[in-house]
Write a protein that binds this ligand. Structure first.
Ligand code: MN
Ligand code: MN
Length: 291
C-alpha cells in the first residue's frame, strides 16, 4: 500500500476512534438520538473528514442500519443496549468502527462481541482463511452463552467503497477467501440473546445510490444532486433537504437508482451487541486503524 494511502487510513482511523469515544459518552438515559447523531456527524466534518455513512444508532434487538429520522424525537431509556457505528473517510479511505453502550446491566453481552472481535484480530495475518475467523468469533460469543448473528458479516473496504469482498463471517465455515497483505478489512461481530438471525424491518432511514441515470421527477432530481458528492456511499433521509423527499426516495428505489437499507433486527425483546474495528493487513499481522 502506498504511504499516502496508508496515512489517510490511519488519520481517518484516529479521528473515528476519538469521535466514537466522545459520541458513546453522550449516550445516556433521556439524551436524544438526534443530538448524538448531530454530534458525531458534526465532529467528523469539523475535524476535516468526510462522513462515510450516516451514524448508525441501533437499539436493543436492532443490530444495524437505524439512524434518526428528520426531527426524530426518540430518547435513550434505562435498559437500552445501544450500538453506535460510525464511518469516517479521508479522500474516500474509510475507518468503520462501532461500540455498544449498555444502559442496562448486561456486561457479558457487550464483552462477548468485544472479545470475539479482539480474538479474531489476534489471528489476522496474510494466508489466514476468513472461515477460521468466523470460527473464532463464534467460539468467543457462544462460550459466553450468546449466539453470533449469522447473517451479518465484516467486510473488505476500498476507496469510497464501504463493502467489498471478502466478507468476514461471524460463524464458522469452510475455508473461504484468504487474507492478503494490503487488504483493508472491518471485523464486526454481533452477539445476541435472540435467534442469531436478523431480518429487514419496515423502518428505512438509510439509502445509497446504485447507478447514475437521469430522472424526471423534480424532487428526485434534487435528491440526486444533493447526494452527488457521496460517491455512492450511503446517505440518510435526514440528510435530504427536499420537499416531498419520501415520495421521491420511494420512486428512486422503485427505479433501481438508489437502494434502501432497512433496519436489521433480531426478534422482538432480544438484545444485540456489536464491536467493530478497521484494520490494514501487514506482512505479519495487521494494524488496527481505529484502535
Ligand atoms: Mn460499521
Ligand atoms: Mn462495517
Amino acid at each position: 500500500m502506498k504511504e499516502e494511502i496508508f496515512d489517510r487510513y490511519m488519520q481517518a482511523g484516529a479521528a473515528a476512534k476519538k469521535i466514537l469515544t466522545e459520541g458513546a459518552q453522550r449516550i445516556q438515559a433521556d439524551a436524544s438520538l438526534l443530538e448524538v447523531a448531530d454530534f458525531v456527524e458534526g465532529s467528523i466534518l469539523d475535524e476535516g473528514f468526510g462522513i462515510a455513512f450516516p451514524v448508525n444508532i441501533s437499539l436493543n434487538e436492532a443490530a444495524a442500519h437505524d439512524t434518526p429520522s428528520p426531527g426524530d424525537s426518540r430518547v435513550f431509556a434505562e435498559g437500552d443496549m445501544v450500538k453506535l457505528d460510525i464511518g469516517v473517510h479521508l479522500d474516500g479511505y474509510i475507518a468503520d468502527t462501532a461500540c455498544t453502550v449498555d444502559l442496562g446491566n448486561q456486561p457479558l453481552l457487550c464483552e462477548a462481541s468485544v472479545a470475539a472481535r479482539d480474538a479474531a484480530i489476534e489471528a489476522v495475518k496474510p494466508g489466514v482463511a476468513i472461515g477460521a475467523l468466523g470460527g473464532i468469533v463464534s467460539h468467543e460469543i457462544k462460550s459466553r452463552g450468546f449466539l453470533p448473528v449469522a447473517n451479518l458479516t465484516g467486510h473488505g473496504l476500498d476507496q469510497y467503497c464501504l463493502h467489498k469482498g471478502p466478507n468476514v463471517p461471524n460463524i464458522p465455515g469452510p475455508g473461504g477467501a484468504i487474507l492478503e497483505e494490503g487488504m483493508v478489512v472491518a471485523i464486526e461481530p454481533f452477539a445476541t440473546t435472540g435467534t442469531g438471525f436478523v431480518h429487514d424491518g419496515s423502518r428505512v432511514e438509510i439509502f445509497s445510490q446504485l447507478v447514475k441515470r437521469p430522472v424526471r421527477l423534480p424532487a428526485a432530481r434534487k435528491i440526486l444532486k444533493e447526494i452527488d458528492g457521496h460517491n455512492g456511499m450511503p446517505f440518510a433521509r435526514r440528510h435530504v433537504y427536499v420537499k416531498s423527499a419520501d415520495l421521491a426516495l420511494s420512486r428512486l428505489v422503485r427505479d433501481g437508482i438508489i437502494r434502501p437499507y432497512p433496519v436489521l433486527s433480531d426478534v422482538s425483546g432480544s438484545y444485540v451487541s456489536q464491536a467493530e474495528h478497521t484494520m490494514i493487513i501487514t506482512g505479519d499481522g495487521c494494524i488496527v486503524t481505529t484502535a
